[in-house]
Design a protein around this ligand. Sequence first.
Ligand SMILES: [Zn+2]
Length: 238
Amino acid sequence: MIGTNKIQVPKIGILKTYERLPQLNPKSVSISRIADRWFISFRFDVEQQQSLKTSIVGVDLGIKVLATLSTGEIFIGAKSYKKYEAKLSRMQWLHRHKIIGSANWKKAQIQIAKLHAKIRNIRSYSLHKLTTLLAKNHGTVVIENLNVSGMMANHKLSKAIADMSFFQFRRQLTYKCELYGSKLVVADRWFPSSKTCSNCGTKKETLSLSERVFSCEHCGFVMDRDLNAAVNLSKVTS
Ligand SMILES: [Zn+2]
């Protein structure tokens, strides 16, 4: 039984929730605990939404910004968790210098778990926002097939990639495109989206990570590196 802000759960009874609950019959319900908070999640069967979207969007995932779209839109993502990360490492340091098992140690442990959960929520929120926007508004979404294990070997990159949770991004986009009736295209792993000129198609031999602007020696075209990559992706449609 589901009310607007309460749900009846077998064995436990009626629970009040902070958020409004959807007025649908869920297939299953699960309750989980993260740090000191309880979460309830539902599974629904939904009708696929058919739409007549024809636009194609290429998405370049980045380190400085979460995503650059071929339409020129930039998705900054959640910057705010950076300040919490600094706080987290400070708390972890303090935790290591307390007496193991003491009341203070336990208290610090709970605070650390809460902060972890907060950072996770902030990240997850911005990813959901991005993937919904993409799937809902575009007929075709083209993304890169990132060689994550290869990139993880590069330590500087690995943190940024872990931050933007590429796997989550792809997983969300897969089911949301299905839901909103859009097509998801994953470009070939070796597709040189960054090195190719989106104006004339000439491919550069080398392009270092520090080069933030793409400039073509062949046709003289100049464009933001990430936008150039996104435009190239938008041309991959099969
Ligand atoms: Zn060119």
